[in-house]
Design a protein around this ligand. Structure first.
Ligand SMILES: Cc1cc2nc3c(=O)[nH]c(=O)nc-3n(C[C@H](O)[C@H](O)[C@H](O)COP(=O)(O)OP(=O)(O)OC[C@H]3O[C@@H](n4cnc5c(N)ncnc54)[C@H](O)[C@@H]3O)c2cc1C
Length: 434
């Protein structure tokens, strides 16, 4: 979006009817939430600090790398949500099915496999490059008449105006030259999707409980000589949990029978401070992967650009205050071990959008304190379960004690053999059970 458009939108904003919802932060959660609201016929203005690339549906049919170099495993539930709002057809061409999940530990006997045929599911989820997900979300948001996007807008102030409205003050940056003038936007409700270090959360004085895992995730795309056969391989090493996920071929359509299937997404977790060697030296990175995975994925033959993400868990002490809701990583930033963070955010966004729609349809105030409290309470169980699960996996599988190691390998064997456990775990992983 060009800055001139931003300014026009910003200047026009106070003169037109206020939107129902103000969303701060236009990452994948903020954009998805705006689209969910639009699906329910609700208006929103989304303020994003960064500058979006100037993309159009026709331009750059391959990948336009913009937000980050990561890949996201979308659960079955997330796919269902995108289907519900009519976005899955655009996303699907660059999604790659997960048909099986193989779990094992380096240097140990335990192993378990989840298979889609045994569990009688269509797939366990779909893997998508964030670049493609972000591109399609942005195109859809730009095309919606119910969403006003203002990028280059950094929120600096939040206040409740007392007339059933919440107001934010924001500055605009224009091609690097900062515009120091404070602009104002108002709505009935503010939803903060401004990430782990959320400014809105801080402005509201909501504290967090944080935990530094002392780990860094190295993420990127690799190629193997063996086709991925739609398998997700989760491997636990002394350094931390590692994952190799199936990806589409470079020209997309990972669910098509013609796929070669040699591209895979890698999440390699190393102790904090050791990341440089994996980021800059392709040969070393490939050799390290080979050692950790053995021949499970075949031979690692090429590595693409990689990014490093320091891992911390950040949990907001409250997710609702006045007419404000904290959502996405701003509410709960999790370890990526089980690919649950974004999927959990999508379930939050789906529930809130539905509750707001119901309230609006009945002529109620969408910033009503009881309504927002009900939302916060409704989401607690699912959030707590996912947070506990991620931590149990991280700590349980990296504990060096030989007895703990023996016990967890026994548990993996039991998990693989005992009836009734797999469907339960599979349902949780797919986000189908809260
Ligand atoms: C290595 C790794 C792998 C992962 N893999 C998976 C996976 O496979 N499956 C899964 O479910 N999850 C996964 N996750 C988690 C997932 O990436 C996050 O849950 C998700 O990105 C959260 O998105 P968000 O929009 O809440 O936050 P962000 O992506 O951080 O977006 C926040 C946005 O707010 C903007 N912003 C910040 N401050 C302001 C301000 N003051 N004013 C206006 N805008 C502002 C920022 O510019 C940014 O665009 C992974 C995470 C990591 C680190």
């Amino acid at each position: 979006m060009e800055s001139v458009n931003n300014k026009t939108a910003a200047q026009n904003h106070d003169q037109t009817a206020i939107p129902q919802v103000l969303i701060v932060g236009g990452g994948h959660v903020g954009l998805s939430f705006a689209l969910l609201l639009a699906h329910h016929g609700m208006t929103s203005t989304l303020l994003e600090k960064g500058r979006y690339p100037d993309i159009s549906p026709d331009a750059d049919p391959k990948r336009s790398h913009y937000l980050d170099s990561r890949n996201t495993a979308l659960s079955r539930r997330t796919v269902q949500i995108y289907q519900e709002i009519g976005l899955w057809s655009a996303l699907q061409s660059h999604a790659c099915r997960i048909d099986s999940v193989q779990i094992s530990e380096q240097g140990s006997f335990g192993a378990a496999t989840l298979n889609k045929d045994e569990e009688q599911v269509e797939s366990f989820g779909q893997v998508m490059e964030n670049a493609w997900l972000g591109r399609e979300l942005l195109l859809a948001a730009k095309a919606s008449p119910l969403i006003t996007l203002i990028d280059g807008a950094s929120v600096q102030e939040v206040s409740e105006t007392g007339d059933q409205q919440v107001s934010v003050g924001y500055t605009l940056s224009d091609n690097g030259a900062d515009d120091t003038a404070m602009h104002t936007a108002k709505a009935r409700l503010l939803v903060a999707c401004d990430g782990r270090d959320s400014s809105v959360r801080q402005l509201l004085g909501i504290s967090t409980v944080t935990y530094d895992y002392q780990q860094t995730a190295i993420v990127g795309v690799v190629e193997t000589d063996k086709g991925h056969e739609h398998a997700a391989i989760e491997r636990f090493s002394p350094a931390g949990p590692l994952a190799v996920l199936p990806l589409t071929d470079a020209d997309g359509d990972g669910n098509d029978a013609q796929q070669q299937g040699h591209r895979r997404s890698v999440v390699w977790i190393c102790p904090k401070g050791e990341e440089e060697q994996y980021l800059n030296d392709d040969a070393h990175f490939l050799q390290t992967l080979q050692q950790a995975f053995g021949q499970r994925a075949g031979t690692f033959i090429a590595a693409g650009r990689r990014g490093a993400y320091p891992l911390t868990r950040v949990l907001a002490q409250r997710q609702v205050q006045g007419r404000c809701v904290i959502m996405g990583n701003a509410a709960h930033t999790l370890h990526p071990v089980a690919g649950q963070g974004f999927n959990l955010c999508m379930r939050d966004a789906h529930v809130l959008a539905k509750m707001l729609k119901h309230q609006a349809t009945h002529g109620g105030d969408i910033g009503n304190a009881n309504l927002l409290k009900r939302y916060e309470t409704a989401r607690q169980r699912d959030q707590k379960r996912v947070i506990r699960f991620c931590d149990a996996v991280v700590h349980g599988f990296t504990h060096p004690n030989p007895l703990v190691k023996f016990a967890r390998n026994g548990a993996l064997v039991a998990f693989d053999k005992l009836p009734n456990i797999k469907p339960l775990v599979a349902n949780y992983a797919m986000g189908l059970k809260a």
